[in-house]
Structures are given as C-alpha cells and as structure tokens.
Design a protein around this ligand. Structure first.
Ligand SMILES: [Zn+2]
Length: 186
C-alpha cells in the first residue's frame, strides 16, 4: 500500500524529539489520526500524576504510584469517542521514569519550584511519564471529537497542549478542565 501524505507527515512528526518542557500543570498530547488508526501520546509530569518526582518513600506513596498507573491505563475513562466511530482500544503502553518500563532511573539533583520550563537539556526525562494509546476505528469519518477524563482523573493537570495531525493537516489545540473536548471536525 502506498504511503499516504498523512502517513509521511506523521512519520516526520514522530521523528521529532518530544517537545518536553517539564512544566507542572501542563501535559502534552500528540494526536494522530491516519485512516482508522488513532494514536494518542500523552506526556505528563510525575508531579501532576502522583504528587512527587522521586522513588516512593513509604507504602502510601507506593499506593499513589500504583493508583496513577492504573488510572493512566484506564483508556476508557480517559478517552471517549463518538460511539458511531467504533473505536476499539489496544493495550496502552506506559513509560515511567526510574522503573523497568521507563529504563534506568535518572539522577535528579535539583529541587522543585525553579527552572521548570527552561531546563530542557539536562532535565529531559526527569519526572515525565509517557503513555501511548492506540485505537482502531471502524468508522473514522464518524469521529468528530475526543472527550478526555484526564482532568477529572488528575486534578493537578491544568492544561493539555495538543498537537493534532490528521487528513486535513497538522494543528495545535489546548484543553483544560472547562474545555475537555478536542474537536476533530466541526
Ligand atoms: Zn518537576
């Protein structure tokens, strides 16, 4: 099958390094819709997901880590589509820094409340969790919007910066607790 312009644009987009800025309260979401394939790549800080960015110190913190993990893997709670689009989920893939899924722990020597947003080079992986969600939609033309339960599940996330790419090109959007709907097509 020949590669479509969308597939090429998508490949170019995925080849770019993640625009990871590590800003507390801000999550990043890449949305790619190519035919019936929908991929959502979410990146959020551990601060926003569990409330700390280091190894858990006690059972309560371990439990918070587990709860965040479970909530992130609960794609049906986090992402809702028009039923008519017939989107079926594959198992999400979660990367947590400092765990077997996320590779070796990165040393993280600085405290918080400073330098976030501009320390990209040295702090690239620190504290950021990544999740990839994939769906196969039987009727992608019926897919008009994506509603997210992210803000309800993780109240520390104040906004989500979205990069969207689909058949009509690439565009940016912003979501927040008052605007949890990503409109794909009016
Ligand atoms: Zn942080």
């Amino acid at each position: 099958m020949p590669r479509t312009p969308t597939a090429l644009a998508l490949a170019a987009l995925l080849a770019l390094p993640a625009a990871s800025a590590h800003v507390h309260g801000l999550a990043l979401l890449d949305v790619a819709l190519d035919g019936g394939r929908l991929q959502l790549d979410l990146e959020a800080t551990a601060h926003d997901l569990v409330g700390f960015e280091r190894a858990p110190r006690d059972e309560a913190e371990k439990a918070r880590l587990e709860a965040a993990r479970r909530a992130l893997l609960d794609h049906a709670r986090l992402w809702q589509f028009n039923v008519a689009a017939g989107c079926v989920a594959e198992a999400p893939v979660l990367e947590v820094p400092g765990t077997p899924e996320g590779g070796p722990a990165k040393a993280h020597a600085h405290g918080h409340g400073h330098e976030h947003g501009d320390g990209q080079a040295q702090e690239k992986t620190h504290g950021d969790w990544r999740v990839r969600y994939r769906f196969q939609c039987r009727n992608p033309e019926a897919l008009r919007a994506i509603d997210t339960g992210l803000f309800a599940a993780f109240p520390a996330i104040e906004s989500v910066r979205v990069q969207l790419i689909d058949a009509s090109g690439a565009r940016a959007a912003s979501l927040g607790p008052a605007q949890p709907r990503l409109v794909l097509r009016p």
